[in-house]
Design a binder for this molecule. Sequence first.
Ligand code: ATP
Length: 288
Amino acid sequence: MKVKAAAKINLMLDILKRLDNGYHSLFMIMQSVDLFDTVTVEKNNLNKILIECDKDGVPCNEKNIAYKCAVKFFEYCNIEDVGVTIKIEKNIPMAAGIAGGSADGAAVIYCLNKIYNTNLTQKELCEIGNRVGADIPFSLTGGTAVALGTGNVIAPVKDLPDCLIVLAKPQQDVSTPEAYAQFDALTRVRHLDRISMIDAVSNGDYEKICSLCGNVFEQAVEVPKRPHIKGIMRKCGADATCMSGSGPTVFGLFSNENKAKDCYEKLSSKYNQVYICKPTKSGVIELD
Ligand code: ATP
């Protein structure tokens, strides 16, 4: 079975507190975008989970998020025949804050539920995904949603109005655990206007959403190129600019297509990983 797995951006990311178990209580407004990995899952006769990926640097072993998701799925369903081969065609940049690994993990959970005829509900699939990572329940859901807790509570809201999203990843990798450690070391956090954002996304109010976009990781994670990227986006007429996830990817929202294309061109001449995207309504899309 073959699916497309969508990347995401955070229109808002606030961290409410660090929990006793080391996890964090999150408030996130998520949006899936049409930048996809392609994931193929097929049964094999080896009773082993095999990972293949076309991109160097992606771990093709038990460290892969797709592998971890398969293990959690088989445990949850008490399945002993775990022979599956997972092929990942990688287009989503890694360690970028746009859920590249989580998208692959979500795709695997989605496919295994079909291949093994386990008929799990969306809620159960999300529960399995949340055992591996905070972004996986959303990656299974897609569209526009509020994500709370450890990413386990997902509330879909009105679709983000049509717009273009320009993504730029500077040449820097951010490790998510390190980003949380840097956040924990902050002595003061400027929290975001979450209540107004709930109102804005409930009503699909693009202008208000743009005025409220924000990410507390910008206070903790140093991304030297962030001001430069944001400056270009603003000059090109972005309605909002913000970092996604734990970074370093920065996105700009544009209601005007020509301005977005101009921004894409300008950034592409300076950075290697620049994308122009549209919002999508789902996280996992079946191909065959
Ligand atoms: P996420 O929200 O999923 O954490 P991210 O963009 O911050 O998104 P990932 O792209 O998931 O980070 O990658 C983080 C690290 O996880 C990478 O450095 C890589 O070594 C490892 N990894 C494990 N599985 C995958 C995968 N399927 N795709 C990409 N990276 C993976």
